[in-house]
Design a binder for this molecule. Sequence first.
Ligand code: 5GP
Length: 346
Amino acid sequence: MVSIMRGLTFDDVLLVPGYNGIKSRQDVSISVTLKDRNFEIPVASANMDTVTGQIMADAITSLGGMAILHRFMSIEENVAQFKACTNPRNTGFSIGVGDDGLGRAEALIAAGAGIVCVDVAHGHSKEVNRTIRALRDSFKDNILVIAGNVATYAGADYLAAAGADVIKIGIGPGSVCTTRIKTGYGVPQLTAIMECRKVDRALMADGGIRTPGDAVKAFAAGADFVMLGGMLAGTAETPGETLERSLPNGQTQKFKQFRGMASREAQDDFMGGMKGWKTAEGVSIEIPCRGSVRDVIQDVVGGLRSGLTYCGAADIKSLQRKAQFIEISAAGFREGTPHGIGRLTI
Ligand code: 5GP
């Protein structure tokens, strides 16, 4: 019999403040260790063609985060791009399933890469299992395998059993994703993280994070890492040309393209066009240029440091132990957004 579960996401909740004994936000630790790799900041840039190329990878890793190069280029180009990166240890690459995926992994690992992200839209699948097992057969425990995406305990458990080190979570929360509209599937991201947390693996929350506060909630719910796409889009370090557009007022403004990897535009560019049996599950947009990615990361890091002290947590694990969520109403959500103007007068 069909039943209905309950699912919540970032805007449905807030974190309840708790006693703080920590003197300064500078005194908390936000570093995270994944296997034998330490990251000063638990933030990864998304493996999208309009987010992570070599320049973004260098910027994010120099700030202490992880970058995952996108895979929409030949294996040779991918290898050359990886070799040009200044911090190969914290730069990963992504693969799909099948022969291209394993061939790409062999070439990149031979070039010195150690972080592999097996990334498909529906990660709870036999092909992803086969790919992870093949990677483990060939490269044993010498690589960090991130795999996804899933949004359920069963999916996370399946990937853990296949040999993934890090489970990537998110079915449909992405800022340029239309999977939920096109297929009806998805799990609100906060619930997805909490469900997957039951599995004894590191978790990367991927998609739907629009503010530093969303990131704090993702960590509190159980994520060890967050992956950002839309928050980094439009920054100077993203790949792609800058587009100058005329505005209705006669002025011009600079934009950059940001698109879902399952958008019609991306499929036209990389997958030989939209096949007749497919629909796009992403959109392509132009967003105003907005300076350096450093400012975005600083904002996220500042929010996370502050977020730890609001419940007196010295690090992310402690935040997860202490976190108490409260479900809020639409009025509660409105109250938390700037509303200084439009004062109620009676
Ligand atoms: P964002 O941070 O922009 O909210 O989400 C980024 C994530 O959206 C990516 O890391 C990836 O998992 C997901 N994503 C990227 N492109 C597409 C797409 O075309 N369709 C879907 N369903 N998800 C996408």
